[in-house]
Design a protein around this ligand. Sequence first.
Ligand code: G6P
Length: 372
Amino acid sequence: SAAEKGGYDSFMAKEIAEQPHAVGDTLLGRTKDDGELVLDELRISEDQLKNVNRITFVACGTAAYSSLVAKYAIEHWTRIPVDVVLAHEFRYSDPIVDERTLVVSVSQSGETMDTLMAVKHAKDLGALTLSICNTQGATIPRESDAVLYTHAGPEVAVASTKAFLAQITAAYLLGLYLAQLRGGTFADDAKAVMTELREMPEKIQEVLDRMDRVIEMANFMADTRSVLFLGRHVGFPIALEGALKLKEIAYIHAEGFAAGELKHGPIALIEPGQPVFVIVPSPDTPHELHKKVVSNIQEIRARGARTLVIAHDGDEDVEPFASEIIRVPQCSPLMAPLLTVIPLQVFALHLAMAKGLDADQPRNLAKSVTVE
Ligand code: G6P
């Protein structure tokens, strides 16, 4: 009903608008004074967590993309190797898992059968299992040794938005906690990262307040047949998520690529007028990644692509090669996904609306897939 949507046209619009709270509430009261993470239900001891030498995320869909974002952060902070495995592939890959492996499942609903079966298999193999979940008391958290709830509030629209941001937030908390437990050089920086994480809800709101041009672009593009998305580092999973949103609700062929892969194939797809979103890393990203992505934009622009560039405030290097620039506030590289995904969500929603589609109830999809 209209009342349930709180004055928004759709649940998806409402849930996109709720993202500052989804992140803020997931952080709220989560750390004790000494930085220790408050897990909602914990049947894993501190010693067991200290002993972890491998982390495997299992998830499907959007939750798998939040896991991919988390991989970059957790490996950087903890130096523990992190894998992300699609839950429905996990059991069949003869996974290397033992009692020192932490298997983290990520699921909004907590009921996805593929993910549940992966968790059960991990338990059979003796792994420690932790569930990042948005639904209190759901099956996956009940089956797991520990749960870290995301507090995004109920998500109704089939296409996941606020749960995605909350999942990244929760996984970052887990990474920071593990880093602290293990001591080492990063432990000192964990506090600074927490401080930045706490500033994100405000920056997310700023992005939401700037969406007018993105909505206009979506309205112009109702006839578009194909859209490509490029990103690098944490921008790569954001490219995948941007493409997924467009497929799910606007039924447009969309593909996300790692920007570095462009020359190994995707550049062949570029023809005049092809719209390409590019998620540009912040200029202070290590290893000159910013420069490399700017040169990708230049390459595809030279071949006639319509470059729809998502860049941080103050990044002037993108200006000569961008057909459109969508600005997000400055932040450190690992925080950027919480901002850069938002224009892509809003774009998909408004493109679906421009095509006269019901964004909340896309054809063929279910909010929670409880069969294998
Ligand atoms: C379905 C939904 C997706 C969701 C995926 C995983 O396919 O349509 O939006 O990302 O399931 O759901 P979960 O509840 O496990 O996060």
